[in-house]
Design a binder for this molecule. Structure first.
Ligand code: KG4
Ligand code: ZN
Length: 339
């Protein structure tokens, strides 16, 4: 019975997992708090984590019907993430593990994302039993990564963004046209009734043979387009077409590079997680790709797409079982890149 904590960005989350099954997963989102600033303010995020952690932990334990004395381990995100936000969750986990005299493990947030598509609903089934070798797309406001998952705890990063993340591109373009933060879900909603072929935005780095992404050029090309065509986003139809055209460019790039990665490493399974995996067009296009190629597709359930402690717990339980421990003097690692 393991308690997991996640505070790498603006979600305070605690979960209880047992034998690869999620017994509870409580997420307190700070989106409303940061909305007026148009992005996450690290100091506010940390203060909010400190305020929410006791409540979220208590609720996760209570929903799982588990008392602190029944816990056999504690896990928390050690990195990557906002330095002070990470410390809030990790130091809480350290203190609890010390007080309860149980093992502690700090895990990599990106590595945990790799396993979130395998978390089952009810009836629950241990997610490591289901795992197939796959190419995993992690796509959110802070990261865009393609990873070859060869098996349990065995992975290799194939590519990543060299500048902005895909979600960041949606959020920044949304801000240019006056949409609230985070703009990704609003762009997605508006795009549903827009014309994706009306404006021809670049598909970044598609000609490049690497599996890296770049979304900063796309963002700049939309900015230049808006400077030359200032009235476009003022009309309802213009805004919808702009959102649909932007979404088409982002999704086409993500899906093509994911397909290329799967072919390159020879896997027949694609998985995806991270906030942008909620994007309807991305989900549809990945489904189309997998159907055409005969691949298995595992998209994270929307409740596990965004940052959550359940995925931290699932990974930590496996690592703790293999004997790994984090000594109490180990610190957080805000720049911990996945290899
Ligand atoms: O995983 P997440 O909650 O947090 C991190 O960034 O780590 O992802 C949030 C990101 C934001 O950039 C948000 O705009 C984007 O995911 N997002 C979406 C959608 N839902 C969330 N982007 C496009 N379409 C969506 N439906
Ligand atoms: Zn994340």
């Amino acid at each position: 019975m393991l308690l997991a904590i996640e505070t790498s960005c603006d979600e305070t989350s605690a979960a209880v997992v047992a034998d690869g099954v999620v017994l509870s997963n409580v997420v307190s989102s700070q989106v409303k708090l940061h909305e007026e600033y148009g992005g996450v303010v690290p100091e506010l995020a940390t203060r909010e984590h400190l305020r929410n952690l006791p409540l979220v932990i208590e609720e996760a334990l209570s929903l799982a019907h588990v008392a602190p004395a029944q816990l056999t381990g504690i896990a928390a995100t050690r990195g990557p993430g906002l330095p002070a936000a990470l410390m809030a969750g990790y130091n809480t986990a350290q203190s609890m593990a010390f007080a309860l005299d149980i093992p502690l493990l700090g895990v990599n947030h990106h590595e945990a994302h790799l396993y979130s598509p395998w978390i089952q609903g009810k009836p629950a089934k241990a997610c490591f039993e289901l795992l197939e070798p796959n190419v995993s797309l992690i796509v959110s406001g802070g990261h865009t990564l393609l990873v070859h998952v060869r098996g349990e705890l065995d992975h290799k990063v194939l590519g990543g963004t060299i500048d902005d993340a895909a979600g960041e591109c949606f959020d920044k373009v949304g801000k240019m046209v006056g949409l609230a933060y985070p703009a990704g879900p609003i762009v997605d909603q508006l795009a549903e009734s827009g014309n994706p072929t009306r404006f021809d935005f670049p598909r970044p780095m598609l000609q490049d043979s690497s599996l890296d992404f770049s979304f900063s050029g796309l963002k700049t090309s939309v900015r230049v387009f808006l400077e030359k065509n200032p009235g476009v986003a003022d009309s309802e139809m213009g805004l919808r077409d702009l959102c649909a055209s932007l979404r088409a460019a982002v999704v086409e790039t993500l899906v093509l590079k994911t397909a290329r990665a799967a072919a390159q490493v020879g896997v027949k399974c694609i998985t995806a997680s991270g906030g942008v995996t909620c994007n309807r067009h991305l989900r549809r296009e990945l489904e189309k790709l997998c159907k055409k190629k005969g691949y298995q597709l595992r998209l994270s359930d929307p409740s596990f797409c965004t940052d959550n402690a359940a995925m931290i717990g699932i990974l930590a339980e496996r690592r703790l079982a293999s004997g790994e421990r984090s000594p109490f003097d180990l610190e957080t690692e805000p720049g911990w890149a996945l290899a």
